[in-house]
Design a protein around this ligand. Structure first.
Ligand code: GTP
Ligand code: MG
Length: 452
């Protein structure tokens, strides 16, 4: 008989944070701990994601978790590289992730991408906790591998504990500056209105049991109704990346957040032009670590259900757009599904004005975040598109009536060399950054210069 867990979807957990603060290390540690538990096989590596089943979580969390208290199947963690915009992680007008872990290096505190992550978490109302990482680097730290954090803190000298507390309270203060009431996670009663801070070390594994326990508790308490969905319907997902893959042609990496996708399914995928209608040629999963040396890095599967990360190979996917929706047609009319995808894209589309700046970004989600930030700063946009800065963007900027609009803001994208040359001769300024508010600050400085 199917257990309750099999009808509940796995919650999606986004791991966010500034570059080098330890997102990937933390996930590696979770995977490594499972290897120690002798449950390496239970953990499945997905495209861009790691699925950790409940029994593995309870194994790592030890006394902190009683698996009988939970009926969710586990957690699907999505790693987001710091330089890549996690704003891609969107779905149907909201956040793709159900919950998030914001990783902050205890020594560095809040950094630009931390701030950006917080703003987007606030905007999308995604519940999150903070992993205050690298506690082992506090001078004098006395490590105990994989210990629950309070046990570990008890082992430290008064001086070390004082230092750790100071750093943690700084983070708590920074959260409060952003409008979040926060505290050490063990003092938080109501995670819906307070952000819990979990001290951890991705190096020693200390605090990792706590982190998993809190994430499991959060999803169980607040997400359960949303997780009780029918995961047998036609699949729905979001494109994370479009990639050329040897032997398969163009492929899309997708996070499937609802339903099922099968080989040979017809799918509709958002693009910069008309939606792409195509048939799935292969569903690809990464091979387990042990088999990584075989000729192909991927393994074919016939069928996959949410939530999961999968690579889809199909004709015509080169036009697909990061951040765009993917929908399986199954036994519906193709036109109906095309309309759904178009409606979703229209929802995200940025309303351009007669006059303003040209904005380019790497994904639909980051374009949307840019548009929000520019709107708040009352800076108008004349053209907003996903993709590298091309000569035609420069042409649009160079014909602006107002010389303050002779500029292009490029978020996380390249500037094609033709475009660079043309910008120089047309006196169009191009601002490039992977931090949204830096782009805005730099543009505002440019405005001040030109106005003088
Ligand atoms: P990006 O993906 O580039 O954004 O970085 P990331 O956040 O995934 O960071 P990553 O896990 O790659 O860690 C960056 C560096 O910090 C690596 O050299 C890690 O070994 C180190 N590191 C991460 N976590 C810890 C920790 O808890 N303690 C110590 N001592 N080092 C850590
Ligand atoms: Mg990383």
């Amino acid at each position: 008989p199917e257990s309750a867990a099999s009808s509940l979807r796995t919650p999606i957990v986004a791991v966010l944070g500034h570059v080098d603060h330890g997102k990937t290390s933390l996930l590696d540690k979770v995977r490594g701990s499972a290897v120690i538990e002798g449950e390496a096989g239970a953990i499945t590596q997905h495209i861009g994601a790691t699925a950790v089943p409940l029994d593995v979580i309870s194994g790592i969390a030890g006394d902190l978790v009683d698996p009988d208290d939970f009926d969710l199947p586990g957690l699907l963690f999505i790693d987001t590289p710091g330089h890549h915009s996690f704003t891609t992680l969107r779905s149907r007008g909201g956040a793709l992730a159900d919950i998030a872990i914001l990783v902050v290096d205890v020594n560095d505190g809040f950094q630009p991408q931390t701030e950006e992550a917080i703003e987007i978490l606030a905007q999308s109302q995604t519940p999150f906790i903070v992993a205050a990482n690298k506690v082992d680097t506090v001078p004098g730290w006395n490590a105990e591998e994989n210990a629950p954090i309070q046990k570990s803190l008890e082992r430290q000298s008064d001086r070390v504990r004082g230092d750790v507390d100071e750093k943690l309270y700084e983070i708590i203060g920074q959260l409060s500056d952003k409008g979040f009431s926060a505290d050490m996670y063990w003092r938080v009663q109501d995670f819906q209105n307070n952000v819990g801070v979990v001290p951890v070390s991705a190096m020693t594994g200390e605090g990792v049991p706590d982190l998993l326990t809190v994430m499991m508790g959060l999803s169980q308490r607040y997400m359960k109704e949303e997780m009780a969905i029918d995961v047998s319907g036609p699949g729905v997902g979001t494109v994370l990346e479009v990639k050329e893959e040897k032997g398969f042609g163009s492929t899309i990496d997708v996070v499937l957040y609802d339903g099922v996708v099968e080989e040979d399914d017809t799918i509709v995928v958002g693009s910069s032009g008309d939606p792409i209608v195509t048939d799935v040629r292969a569903l690809l999963k990464p091979r387990p670590l042990a088999e990584i040396r075989t000729e192909s890095r991927f393994e074919k599967v016939d069928r996959l259900k949410a939530a999961s990360g999968i690579k889809i190979a199909a004709p015509d996917l080169d036009r697909a757009m990061s951040g765009a929706p993917v929908r399986v047609v199954r036994d519906r009319e193709i036109d109906e599904v095309v309309e759904e995808v178009q409606a979703e894209l229209a929802d995200i589309a940025v309303d351009a004005e007669e006059q303003g700046l040209v904005v380019k970004a790497d994904t639909l989600g980051s374009l949307e975040a840019m548009a929000n930030a520019l709107g708040e700063a009352e800076i108008p946009i004349v053209r907003a598109e996903v993709g590298d800065v091309a000569p035609r963007d420069v042409s649009v900027a160079s014909t602006a009536e107002d010389s303050l609009h002779e500029a292009i803001l490029a978020f996380n994208v390249d500037v094609l060399s033709d475009a660079r040359k043309q910008a120089e001769s047309d006196d169009v300024r191009i601002f490039q950054s992977d931090v949204i508010y830096r782009l805005i600050e730099e543009y505002e400085e440019f405005v001040e210069e030109r106005e003088q």
